[in-house]
Design a protein around this ligand. Sequence first.
Ligand code: MG
Length: 359
Amino acid sequence: MSSEDKKHITLVHGAGGKAMHELVKRYILKYFSTRAVEPSVPVPLGALDDAAVVGDTVFKSDSHAVKPIFFPGGDIGRLAVCGTVNDIAVLGAEPVALACGFILEEGLPFSDFEKILSSMKKACEEAEVNVVTGDTKVVEKGALGGCVINVSGMGKRTEALEHNLAVVRKYRPSFKARWVLDSNLRAGDKIILSGTLGDHGLAVLSAQEGITFGSSIVSDVKPLNHMIKRLLGEVGGILAMKDPTRGGLADALNEWNQKSHIGILIYEDRIPIKPDVRAACEMLGIDPLEVGNEGKIIIGTVPEKTEQILETLKSTEEGKDAEIIGEATDEFDAVAMQTVVGGKRIIAQPLGDPIPRIC
Ligand code: MG
C-alpha cells in the first residue's frame, strides 16, 4: 500500500482480505472491543467471526454495495438477504428474523426498486425467514450506483446444532464450544469445500466490464441455511464453517489459521473450479482462490464424520460439487497448497479481493 492509502480509506479497504481486516482491527475494534468479555456476549466483536452471539441469539449485520446492482444470476437484493442468512447459518444457528435498511439514490427507477424487493422476497421465501423491520433513506445522485442495502438478522439455536455438538463431543470429549466457530479447529480435522469457486466474482466482473466469459458463469448467490441444518442434524461432527466471500478461499482459510492457531494444507487438484471460470481467471491474471463466492461454504469436520458429511452434501443441490480439499495440521503455522506440479506453495492472505465492489 502507498503512504496515501494509509491516510485515507480506499476501495481496497472494502475488498475483504488484509486491508479490510486491518481497517476493522485498527479502527473499529479500538472503539468497540472490550477486553473483559461480558458473559452475556459469549462470541463478541473481538472474535471477528461471521456473526456475534448475544445470550443465546446469533446477531449479524451486513451491508451490500455491489456494482452493478443487477448481474448474471442475481442482484443486490438477493445478495443482501443471502449474505446475512449465510453468516448466521455458519455459526450453526437458524435465522429467525431480518431487518433491512435501504439507502436509495435519487433517480433509481421504481421498476428497479420493485425488481430488487421481489428478488429479496424470493430469497426470504427460500430461506424461510422474513424482513420484520427496517428503514429507507434517499441520497443525492452520486456514486451509489442505484442503492446500498443493509440487512441485519437474528438466529437461534436448534436441535440440529445440539445434535452436531453431541457428535463432536463423542469424538472429542474435551470440546467445550457451544457454537460452530472459526477458532474450533485442531490438527487432523478435515476441510470440505461445498462447491465450485469464483462463480459470483466472475459474474459480477462480467457485468462491470460488459464482457461475457462463457455462458456458464452466473453468480452462485443462494441461502445455505437449509443445507447447513441438514448436515448438522442428520450427520454432525462439524467444528467450523465459513462462507468464503470477499477475498475468497484464500482469505477464509487464513482466518481459520489465525483464529484456530493451526496450519492448513489444501490440495490444488481437489479444488472444484468450473472450466469457464478457470479460463477467465487465467486470461485476466486473477487467482480464483482470492475471488469472492456467495453460495459456498468451507466446513471443518472431525475426521471420523468427513465422508458422511461429504456424501450428504453431494445429495443436495447446493452441495453437489463438494470435495474434501484438505486438512488442519500442526506441521506448520500457515496456509499451504500442495500443487499439481508437485511441491507446496504458501497461500497468503490476499490484500483484498481482485474484483472491487463484489458484494
Ligand atoms: Mg461470512
